[in-house]
Design a protein around this ligand. Structure first.
Ligand code: NAP
Ligand code: MG
Length: 508
């Protein structure tokens, strides 16, 4: 394989873009508030950069407090009056299905926009941003008509002469602030939007500053299907300004946040002071354990893709690999080979196997973890080097011999960096696996049911995978333990977290 090094070979070729994606990129990007498009009140904008070449491809509005106020006010108004609260569940379901159809008709341009904006591969943005958004809306649309309470025959023992019955109702929590990260932008936006629509809440969405384009496109599609004005509002801008204003806004009833643990902690503090509901999908440092009896034909590529999929910019990335000493050399040789053979290149080129990181600034942070690990005694088995030029490329990197308490083992790197370790017995592998503050995902690779059972009980993680990694499904609640967050997204628990239970007592 010949390494691509020239700037042009590493840069997206915009002549490959569809006409729809091209004209969207060229058009003005504004805030979407109360069903209308408008600039930030102060008129400021922020650049949107293609990470394959560092070029500005668009500008977005840079919202400030007054814009957030207007969006929350619109969402509050739409929640309390107008057509939305009167709409029946099946009407909300139909709107969601129509929105899913519109996205389905725009898969290619949406995937292209996401690809140019995030640096991810077009195959990835197609599957995990555009297509998964369609599946999410269709799955969640079904919930709109299935949000029931219960009925009870009440005892009320202190009033023996009277009879009562009781029932519970599921009602929408109200105005939701959805704050999302840059690694799976459209999908994360829809993971907030879909339960909001299914339950009858309203939304102010604040996408990540680096990757807001598909959320803006999504707002356009919402207005086209006839979702009433004010139900969905999109505020672009900086987390430190618009994000803070949104999370602390007294008109918000629930914050649904996906992002880093540090920001999540701030949001939890804000929510606690105002007694707002909050769900936090935060970072991870997920272990991958390969037992001596594992099928290595699946475990070796499985371990490589657990970390290198989505360029390691994945909350569940398998960033710590523990391999039994009896198979260690063979596994590591296989994973290193996959890393070495990975063709880096721009996302629009279908032959690229890994794109750049989301930004040069983020890559610098990732590289800092690697050089610090090497200074602490780690050896580099693969990668560690950046590609020349303005793109944010980093070769897939494998470290061995990093001390267990080093930051690169304990902290989330959010890049294509794997630390590998050997273990002698299950007790040691379990102890090491659980030895971080995170608890998002963990995988065990084995052909023995007894081994799988032992690990699935012992791992401290919100999701445990057996002979696979990173598999999420819309019907399966997803969430983390400890520093990986609070609450769940998706599945029944995810949708119910956008409702509140109310009790009714009726005298017979
Ligand atoms: P981030 O820096 O925490 O930002 C996430 C979002 O919060 C962005 O929209 C950001 O805006 C905004 N924000 C920043 N500071 C804020 C504040 N003080 N108050 C309110 N909002 C604020 O995370 P990221 O760098 O975008 O994404 C990477 C992180 O997301 C990783 O830690 C990853 O593990 C996590 N993640 C978790 C999951 C999961 O489901 N568990 C899924 C995907 C990603 P700006 O972009 O303008 O800063
Ligand atoms: Mg950030």
């Amino acid at each position: 394989m010949t390494e691509r090094t020239s700037e042009s070979a590493l840069s997206n070729d915009y002549s490959k873009l569809s006409e729809q994606a091209r004209s969207f990129l060229q058009g003005e990007k504004q805030l979407f508030i109360n069903g209308r498009w408008r600039s930030a009140r102060r008129g400021s904008t922020l650049p949107v950069v293609d990470p394959t070449n560092g070029r500005e491809v668009a500008r977005i509005a840079d919202a400030a407090e007054e814009d957030v106020d207007a969006a929350v006010e619109a969402a509050r108004h739409a929640f309390e009056s107008g057509p939305w609260p009167k709409m029946r569940p099946h009407e909300r379901e139909q709107l969601m299905l129509r929105l899913a159809d519109l996205i389905a008709a725009e898969i290619q341009p949406l995937a292209e926009i996401e690809c140019v904006n995030s640096g991810k591969l077009i195959g990835n943005t197609r599957l995990f941003d555009a297509e998964l958004s369609v599946h999410t809306l269709r799955y969640m649309a079904g919930w709109a008509t299935k949000l029931h309470g219960q009925t009870m025959d009440l005892s009320v023992p202190y009033l023996p002469d009277q009879r009562f019955s009781g029932f519970t109702r599921r009602t929408p929590v109200g105005v939701v602030a959805g704050i999302t990260p840059w690694n799976v932008p459209l999908c994360q936006a829809v993971w907030k939007l879909a339960p909001v629509l299914a339950t009858g809440c309203t939304l102010v969405l604040k996408p990540a500053e680096q990757t807001s384009l598909t959320a803006i496109r999504l707002a356009k599609l919402c207005s086209r299907v006839g979702i009433p004005e004010g139900v969905v509002n999109v505020i672009t801008g900086r987390g430190s300004v618009a994000g803070v204003a949104l999370a602390s806004h007294p008109g918000v009833d629930k914050i649904s946040f996906t992002g880093s643990t540090n920001v999540g902690r701030h949001i939890a503090e804000t929510a606690a002071k105002q007694l707002k509901r909050v769900s936090l999908e935060l970072g991870g440092k997920s272990p991958v354990v390969i037992a001596p009896d594992a099928d290595l034909d699946i475990a070796i590529p499985g371990a490589a893709w657990a970390i290198f999929g989505n360029n390691g910019q994945n909350c569940c990335a398998g960033s710590r690999l523990y391999v039994h000493t009896s198979i260690f050399d063979r596994v590591i040789e296989g994973v290193v080979k996959i890393a070495d053979e990975m063709q880096l290149g721009p996302g629009l080129d279908p032959t690229s196997m890994m794109g750049p990181m989301v930004s040069v600034a983020h890559r610098s942070r990732v590289v800092q973890f690697v050089s610090s690990a090497v200074s602490a005694g780690a050896s580099l088995l693969a990668g560690g080097d950046i590609l020349p030029g303005p793109g944010a490329y980093l070769r897939p990197t494998i470290l061995m011999g990093t001390p267990s308490d080093h930051d690169s083992v304990q902290q989330e790197i959010f890049g294509p960096v794997l630390n590998v370790f050997r273990f002698n017995d299950d007790a040691e592998a379990i102890r090491l696996s659980n030895d971080t503050r995170f608890g998002l995902g963990a995988s065990i690779w084995t052909s023995r049911i007894a081994t799988a059972t032992r690990y699935l009980e012992a791992f401290r993680a919100g999701t445990v995978w057996i002979n696979t990694h990173n598999i999420l499904d819309l019907s399966l609640p997803f969430g983390g333990l400890r520093d990986s967050g609070i609450g769940q997204e998706l599945g029944q628990e995810g949708v119910l977290s956008y409702t509140q239970l109310r009790a009714v007592v009726m005298r017979q």
